[in-house]
Design a protein around this ligand. Structure first.
Ligand code: SPQ
Length: 425
């Protein structure tokens, strides 16, 4: 797809449902008693992979587009699938479902696309094995395909070397089935949607500092979930509204859970004109509307505990930093190397080819803003966040930007291009 620059963005958009919360609603609904109704479910390819996996295990799920209704099988009611569970491109599906599959009374195989086949799974295999799980990486490389033989599990305390909600959630989900208490401590707090939703479904979960603890459950009870809009999707419009001159965008219904709101803190530190309005709470998740206006930005430093709260937004923050005066330093973000692509390399290589002054470091990047960008051909590497980030860069680049594999936005934001178009005057 080809993109050109624009002189102004104005109007209102409503952000589609949060990907992380949509996945968790399907998973917890599937292993609960009763019916779970999920409103504003994200119809992204990743969340559809999660639905597909649970349907293969005998769960009846009605996808009525905006609303999804899950007829739960209860904690011990999943059935052995008669084919491979296909997680597609989704790291979240793979890692979280592995926690559940480890404790079932059947064996199954879990696989995904070429990108997923390169993503590290030892980070969940190690703690789940300590709990008694039997998981084999079939090609011996610590990645999918995995063979998981359901086993009897026991609780552990796990000191996670990475701040990862997927690792934490895999362990907590396994902990529902384990004998004794299970807890995870992470170096910094990662997104806590699993803890909040587990509590909402009746599990005994506590969180103290960066430690989450779950007790074995006898049952979970389904309920109604209204999924807030995904702040990771809103991030592209926050960035666009700030860098494109003469812009004012009202972004409606955005989840601002404090474990996800790092983008707001980062753009405030950069001097961005951003207003949080109409704060409310829905099913334990903080939600608001966000107003952004064109701004003069300055560089900032992003690292430490802020990183897990904006990890998926760093590619578009790198774009923002190109249009800020001064230097932006992003550090402690080595996790970017093991996402759908190596997001440090892909951002640094392409932004420098567009004219930016940007250097990769071992754990992030350094950007000296203020140099004009020009359009080039960008290989999205079939990474949705890369495709969307360079679409935003194209809005302020001289000439034409071509993005190959642009349709990959279907993973997390199928209507992304349509929504962006609606803001052009
Ligand atoms: O699901 P997947 O492919 O891992 O998706 C990504 C994304 O950019 O959408 C990461 F590539 O988001 C992760 C996020 O980076 C979703 C997630 C979650 O829902 O628990 C947590 C983060 O990953 P991690 O490894 O830090 O736990």
């Amino acid at each position: 797809m080809n993109f050109t620059n624009t002189s102004s963005l104005k109007g209102e958009i409503t952000i589609p449902g949060d990907k992380s919360i949509s996945h968790r609603a399907i998973m917890l609904g599937a292993i609960s008693d009763g019916t779970t109704e999920v409103k504003n479910f994200l119809q992204g390819a990743d969340c559809l992979s999660t639905i597909d996996c649970f349907r293969k295990m005998g769960v009846s799920i009605e996808n009525l587009s905006d609303t999804v209704i899950i007829h739960g099988n209860g904690l011990h009611g999943l059935k052995a699938p008669d084919s491979i569970l296909d997680a597609g491109n989704s790291g979240t599906t793979t890692r979280l479902i592995s926690g559940i599959l480890s404790a079932q009374n059947f064996s199954c195989r879990l696989d995904g696309d070429d990108s997923l086949r390169t993503r590290p799974m030892k980070r969940i295999i190690t703690p789940l094995t300590q709990m008694g799980a039997d998981i084999d990486s079939i090609n011996g490389n610590g990645c999918v395909p995995l063979k998981i033989n359901g086993s009897k599990l026991h609780g552990i305390h796990y000191d996670s070397p990475v701040a990862s909600a997927q690792v934490k959630s895999a362990i907590l989900l396994a902990g529902l089935y384990a004998e004794g208490e299970t807890s995870v401590t992470e170096p910094y707090l990662s997104r806590n949607h699993s803890e909040l939703m587990l509590k909402y479904f009746g599990a005994d979960v506590t969180s103290v500092g960066t430690t989450a603890t779950v007790s074995p459950a006898t049952k979970l009870t389904g309920g109604s979930i209204d999924v807030p809009g995904d702040i990771s999707s809103a991030a592209y419009f926050i960035a666009a509204g700030l860098i494109v001159p003469d812009s004012e965008i009202l972004i409606k219904n955005v989840g601002i859970n404090p474990t996800r709101d790092g983008i707001i803190k980062a753009v405030q530190a950069m001097g961005g004109n951003i207003t949080i309005m109409n704060r409310r709470n829905s099913g334990g998740e903080d939600t608001a509307d966000i107003l952004v206006k064109s701004s003069e930005l300055n560089g900032t430093e992003i690292g430490g505990s802020l990183i897990p709260t904006l990890i998926d937004e760093i590619p578009v923050i790198a774009v923002l930093a190109c249009f800020a005066s001064g230097t932006t330093v992003i550090k402690n973000a080595e996790e970017l190397k093991v996402k759908e692509s190596n997001r440090i390399d892909v951002m640094v290589n392409n932004l420098s080819a567009m004219g930016a002054d940007i250097t990769a470091t071992d754990d992030g990047m350094i950007i000296n803003g203020g140099r004009p960008l020009h359009g080039i051909t960008i290989d999205s590497k079939l990474d949705h966040r890369i495709a969307m980030s360079f679409t935003i860069a194209s809005l302020m680049s001289e000439g034409e930007t071509e993005i190959t594999g642009a349709e990959v936005v279907k993973i997390s934001y199928p209507d992304f291009y349509k929504d962006l178009e609606s803001l052009k005057n």
